[in-house]
Design a protein around this ligand. Structure first.
Ligand code: ADP
Ligand code: ADP
Ligand code: MG
Ligand code: MG
Length: 538
């Protein structure tokens, strides 16, 4: 640790070299010995300001303060703080007039909350009724088309899936007339195309002169949606500090590099490095298992997966739109579902993390680990499972009380602790922050290589996919009707095929080599489409 925190540091910080001045006086403190927030982000008219930081660092708190749902107490949690004191505190900054207007009700603010699954509890009725009731900007047609909501307009809100709820919640926010728009994690549950459509519609608010702020963990999305970013650092659950504002490219690169030069703060020991894999290279690897063409039909939906093979020591990612059969395929491999036809060449041991996590275990995390993780208590378990997933932080919590991200970490950890030949993960990055995603990637890589095993991972986060994939398989077809899965192929070909289907091109950042979305219709976008190189040029 860096010596400042008394607790374990989830960042592995080697040094927080100087304490930021802001640490003297928090903007908000939830209570005695409770979380404290230092600083607030800037608000920019006609721009999207992105917020990047780990879970539990105060991102939602910021948005609740700026949207007027939480009155900041300036650290005085045991007495009422007046608006005069708050306005005075921000004297000389843009936030002074912001809070003056906010407290007088002179500005209108819209907030898409983080937990869209709570929406059905507060809004009843049909999607149409909700959206028509908030259509203040006259942007209904564009919003419904971009977010692909038309087909669910007459559905009851209580019947929507997570991804449908997310798109309806974004639509409801975008349709309203306001001065300030806050989006807390708008892309959870969405597939890549839906994520980039959400980017388009949220960005259109900034183009219309609005001030927009977005919290996001998918780096490709954050990059595409934001003009500027603030990074948050500190100690999750303890305190959070808002960095100064940076341009989005520079900000994300600084985050990956792990060092904030201007603040003189190190947030990670090592930089995160992306390597550009050589194109279409048939590696002569040892085959772990083969499967024949797999078919499965439900009423109204059919899946056909092309025959393929899995090699030792490799990580295969699988991506495509929602409702295309990815989970069905995973369940067939995991033997949770029987295929109509097709089989795997030999009996293989599979460890499987399902997409939807149920926590019906009655007991603590530690009790669950003792009963379900075969090598619990060993040194290997400590270094390869407990540490990368920060399980010590949640050991004594009841499994039933875990947050989405905590349950995800625990489930990935238990899956990885199994003795298996293939580790199968269905959407492991859901609810995880950037740091946790990349740490999970490293832990999966280590487990696969040390056991001479393989991993198949269904996911929607392009940066994560790029970071972890050796090969990839693409799902395509008509969502909800007919799905096809390609055999595993090299990542670049798979991405090319997938991206040409969705009409989006990427390039690589010069400095970090991370994938970045090209602006639609830009020179590069047009050139790459012409050449059929949707993922990147040489
Ligand atoms: P993030 O959005 O970055 O994940 P949050 O802003 O939701 O983080 O929360 C930051 C910290 O504040 C967390 O440790 C959380 O448990 C704590 N916290 C959030 N809301 C409250 C509350 N109402 N009372 C006490 N603590 C809270
Ligand atoms: P993905 O994981 O790609 O989002 P799924 O495999 O979960 O897709 O679902 C693909 C399609 O199959 C969807 O239209 C879904 O409604 C349908 N489906 C999945 N499981 C069942 C089932 N047990 N019975 C009937 N239909 C199902
Ligand atoms: Mg949050
Ligand atoms: Mg699925």
């Amino acid at each position: 640790g860096c010596g400042i925190c008394t607790n374990r540091c989830p960042f592995n910080a080697v040094s927080i070299i100087n304490l930021p001045e802001a640490l003297d006086e928090p903007i908000h403190r939830y209570g005695q010995n409770m979380f404290e927030l230092f600083g607030l982000p800037n608000i920019k008219e006609g721009s999207v300001v992105g917020i990047l930081g780990p879970n539990g660092i105060g991102k939602s708190t910021i948005i609740r303060i700026l949207s007027g749902e939480l009155k900041p107490n300036l650290g005085n949690y045991d007495e009422e703080t007046s608006w005069e004191e708050i306005i005075d505190y921000f004297k000389g900054s843009q936030l002074q007039s912001y809070f003056k207007k906010l407290s007088n009700g002179d500005i209108k603010v819209v907030h898409k909350p983080q937990m869209v699954d709570l929406l059905p509890k507060v809004v009843k009725g049909k999607v149409r009724t909700l959206l028509e009731g908030v259509d203040e900007r006259g942007a209904m047609d564009e919003t419904l088309d971009t977010l692909e909501i038309r087909s669910i307009m007459d559905r009851d809100i209580s019947k929507l899936s997570g991804g449908e709820l997310q798109r309806v919640a974004i639509a409801a926010a975008v349709l309203r007339e306001a001065d300030f728009y806050y989006f807390d994690e708008p892309t959870s549950w969405l597939d890549v195309k839906q994520r980039l459509n959400a980017v388009k519609i949220i960005r259109s608010l900034a183009d219309a002169g609005k001030s927009v702020m977005v919290i996001e963990h998918d780096l490709a999305v954050l990059d595409a949606i934001s003009d500027y970013v603030h990074l948050l650092y500190g100690q999750p659950g303890g305190y959070g500090v808002v960095s100064q504002m940076r341009g989005v490219r520079v900000g994300i690169n600084a985050y990956l590099h792990g060092f904030l030069r201007e603040e003189n703060i190190r947030i990670r020991k090592q930089p995160i490095v992306f390597d550009v894999k050589p194109p279409a290279q048939e590696i002569e690897a040892e085959v772990l298992a083969e499967y024949s063409t797999i078919k499965k039909s439900y009423e109204g939906f059919s899946l056909e997966a092309e025959a393929g093979q899995v090699q030792h020591d490799e990580i295969i990612t699988a991506f495509g739109p929602n409702g295309i059969g990815k989970t069905t395929f995973a369940k067939i491999l995991a033997k949770v579902t029987k295929p109509d036809s097709g089989k795997i060449s030999k009996k293989i041991k599979i460890a499987y993390k399902p997409q939807y996590l149920a926590s019906d275990f009655d007991g603590t995390v530690q009790e669950l680990l003792i009963t379900s993780a075969p090598n619990y208590g060993t040194n290997i378990f400590k270094t390869e499972i407990v540490k990368p997933f920060s399980l010590d932080d949640i050991m004594d919590k009841d499994v039933g009380d875990l947050s989405g991200g905590e349950l995800q970490r625990l489930s990935i950890a238990i899956t990885l602790s199994m003795d298996a030949e293939v580790y199968l993960f269905d959407e492991p990055t859901a609810f995880l922050d950037v740091e946790q995603r990349l740490r999970a990637a490293k832990a999966i890589r280590r487990a696969v290589e040390s056991r001479n095993a393989a991993s198949i991972i269904v996911d929607h986060d392009i940066v994560f996919i790029d970071y972890i994939s050796d090969r990839a398989m693409v799902f395509y077809g008509e969502p909800g009707v007919e799905g096809h899965a390609s055999k595993p192929m090299d990542l670049r070909s798979a991405m090319n095929s997938f991206l040409s289907d969705v009409g989006i091109t990427f390039r690589r950042d010069k400095e970090t080599k991370r994938p970045r979305v090209n602006k639609f219709g830009s020179y590069l976008d047009r050139e790459q489409k012409e050449k059929g190189e949707y993922y990147y040029l040489e």
